[in-house]
Design a protein around this ligand. Sequence first.
Ligand SMILES: Cc1cc2nc3c(=O)[nH]c(=O)nc-3n(C[C@H](O)[C@H](O)[C@H](O)COP(=O)(O)O)c2cc1C
Length: 389
Amino acid sequence: MTVNPIISEKPFDFFWFIPTHGDGSYLGSEQQQRPPEFGYFKEIAQAVDRLGFPGVLLPTGQSCEDSWITATGLAAHTERLKYLVALRPGVVSPVFAARQTAALDRLSNGRLLLNVVVGGNPTELAGDGVFLPHDERYAQADEFLKIWRALVSGEQVNFDGKYYRVENGRLDLLPVQERPPLYFGGSSDAGQDLAAEQVDMYLTWGEPPALVAEKIASARRKAALKGRKLRFGIRLHFIVRETEEEAWAAADRLISRITDAQIENAQARFLKEMDSVGQRRMAELHGGRRDRLLVGPNLWAGVGLVRGGAGTALVGTPDQVADRIREYQDIGIDTVIGSGYPHLEEAYRVAELLFPKFGIGSRRIKPREDIANEFSVGFHGAERLQASS
Ligand SMILES: Cc1cc2nc3c(=O)[nH]c(=O)nc-3n(C[C@H](O)[C@H](O)[C@H](O)COP(=O)(O)O)c2cc1C
């Protein structure tokens, strides 16, 4: 008898990640490292497009290959995959960003999504020419998005604000989508105020469900006061294996070459350089301590020992990880942005082990059951395989 897998009733999007700053098998080690090469990004993008991931996030920052140029290249080599690319208020002009938006949305035939990244590292931002304090960066982002939104919607823009002035701005060529959706991941009060007013999808790094629930409630309240509704997404790494032992062994292996000095340096740098509330919340989960990495059932903070931003992973069997995802779904999450080291292999593991729990990827070509080969013995093919070997 064939048992049907439990299919999640709540639809959700499972995105993946293009590691434009490089990839590898061990954090904190140069061994088995993969440099940021377009050919490798292309392998990942084509794999995840085929596997049924609907989209990928491309990060932005000093250490990353430019997300717009990378996404433009990848869009030409993929069919359905959507690209979540950063909008950078303060770093580029809103008119230039709107024109790029239209161009990439047209080139990709409507596969562009935007992640509004205001930035949480004043040292890096100073290098980019941005010197505003934390909350004022959000005031600037608000003006930026008003101009961007009007332009991509086909309006002529005259704007005289505190940070931007535009006279008779317009796009002659408009995006394919009515307006490419805006994603956003700031955790501060000012960030949530911006989200309430301007964005479509509010993102959080992978905090435990109770903390995510609080964040969602507060963002939802703020949006409701403006008469708006938000969608919610979470960013997590994944270590899914057939057995729990294998999964935890893979987690241990991933951080097995990190030295204590590397952890201290990374944590001190995050504290000293960054004013991001989201980053502080991530760091507080483990305090830089190897003995405090289990921050919830199947929720492990090992990645955050040396990586800024997304620092937690769901670790376990497909059933365990699926249960944890359902807990997040129950509090309102409808989009997961996953990743795993290395990103190509872990994309396959997630697709092959976890997707069947949610009925994702069902558009992949199904093998005929009556074909005899080494993967289909047990159906009608068993005897024929024997006969042919
Ligand atoms: C899912 C997600 C993705 C993010 N991607 C980036 C990124 O690529 N580059 C970056 O500098 N910040 C990124 N951030 C950080 C935020 O955009 C934000 O600038 C930062 O957290 C500071 O805001 P806060 O103080 O309001 O938390 C991301 C945040 C989230 C939740």
